[in-house]
Design a protein around this ligand. Structure first.
Ligand code: C5P
Length: 403
């Protein structure tokens, strides 16, 4: 750890620009940051562990199966030992592994195991950077809230010209400070509660009532609020996606569990209810699997679930800004406007669902932001961009500044 109290885990991949990573170690240390280095075996073809170790003042980690390291500091601990992981140079190979969850060496395993933000400084031949496979991987990584700095345009060591040159050490230091500086973002000092995903309402031990929510929009919002500096609690129903870095993740199954987790998280300054909570649950969840009854159709008695959004909006510890979602198949604006009043929330993010609209499960969303004073129609954009824009609006509302 350096004098700033923060530290960086630097992964040096295999590329000619690895020599700039040695300079990067020095610049990071100059800023008071602690630095530990993982050197991949390809990286060690370009720079030595001795140089990286001397400059960082710490042991350099190279081998996943180094038993001494596993007993002193296992790779899981190493992956969480710093405030930020920087990959420089981030090769096409490292990006492909991270985008696809491949973990077959120390660097890739560390990247998969971490709960900290990750910043990539890509460096590769221009054709490799522009190849559709790398484009896909870069898009996946950006959607996963991985940060990028560069690459820059310029002459490349391989003799070609174009994007692919690793960002300069100074630019990487600026990006590092920006990511670490989330602590000082416009929502710094504020606490946000986000609900996401569906709820599962058990019918018997093997069946449940649920809906098609993927959780993508709510997770993106939790990530954007965290990036803007808010202490963020994400209360999530069962989904297939990982929580954004730095977010407190509470997993629940039913609406009643979600409500209890939300009430326990209060007080908060901001609440965003993006979960697609099941409106109804079976009156009774059977203890044993329900059997077919001689061809007669079973009937399931339903009882209404608590409305989490409405409860939070009328709570004694009501957050100063309460935001709900409305997914409507028709009369979007009038239904969502009525919902804003009925639920007692401040804003509604409204989108159209149903035939021809991909909001549920898709990566894009086209929403309207409905406030007391009027409605903003946002163009179609990725759910990550919807989340970022919403964080900006929240920052403006609560701080009078942009996030
Ligand atoms: O009434 P409707 O389900 O359309 O309202 C959607 C909004 O209310 C969303 O913000 C959703 O997260 C929230 N909601 C809730 N608890 C419920 C039902 C909906 O928080 N039981």
């Amino acid at each position: 750890m350096g004098s700033s109290g923060k530290s960086v885990l630097l992964i040096i991949g295999g590329g000619i620009s690895a020599y700039k990573s040695l300079e990067l170690i020095r610049r990071l240390k100059d800023r008071g940051l602690g630095v530990r280095v993982i050197l991949t075996s390809a990286g060690s073809q370009f720079v030595t562990a001795l140089s990286a170790g001397s400059l960082s003042g710490n042991k350099v980690y190279q081998d996943l199966f180094d038993l001494t390291d596993e007993s002193e500091m296992g790779h899981i601990v190493l992956s969480r030992s710093a405030d930020l992981i920087v990959v420089a140079p981030a090769t096409a190979d490292l990006m492909a592994k991270l985008a696809n969850g491949i973990a077959n060496d120390l660097a890739s395993t560390t990247l998969l195991a971490t709960d900290k933000p990750v910043l990539l400084a890509p460096a590769m031949n221009v054709r490799m950077w522009t190849h559709p496979a790398t484009r896909r991987n870069a898009a996946t990584l950006a959607a996963d809230n991985i940060y990028f700095v560069g690459p820059n345009d310029g002459d490349m060591a391989c003799g070609e010209y174009g994007p692919g040159r690793m960002a300069e050490p100074d630019e990487i230091v600026v990006a590092v400070e920006r990511v670490l500086g989330a602590e000082r973002g416009v929502l710094h000092g504020l606490k946000a509660l986000v609900t996401a995903g569906p709820t599962h309402e058990p019918l018997d031990p093997v069946r449940y009532l649920a809906n098609r929510s993927s959780g993508k929009q709510g997770y993106a919002i939790a990530g954007a609020l965290r990036q803007a500096g808010a202490e963020t609690i994400l209360v999530s129903g069962p989904v297939e996606i990982a929580p954004p870095p730095g977010v407190k993740w509470i997993r629940v199954e039913t609406a009643r569990q979600m409500l209890a987790a939300c009430e326990a998280a209060l007080p908060a300054d901001i609440a965003v209810c993006a979960a697609a909570v099941a409106d109804w649950r079976p009156e009774m969840a059977a203890n044993a699997k329900l059997k077919k009854q001689g061809g007669a159709a079973a009937s399931i008695g339903l009882t209404e679930n608590p409305d989490i959004l409405a409860t939070i909006a009328r709570h004694a510890s009501r957050p100063s800004l309460v935001i709900g979602f409305a997914a409507e198949t028709d009369d979007l604006i009038s239904n969502a406007t009525a919902k804003r009043v009925r639920k007692g929330c401040d804003w509604i993010v409204a989108n159209t669902v149903g035939a021809g609209y991909e909001a549920m499960g898709g990566d894009n969303n086209r929403v309207h932001l409905i406030k007391e004073g009027g409605t903003e129609a946002w163009p179609e954009m990725s759910k990550v961009d919807v989340a970022r824009r919403l964080a900006v609006r929240i920052g403006e509302k609560l701080n009078g500044r942009a996030a």
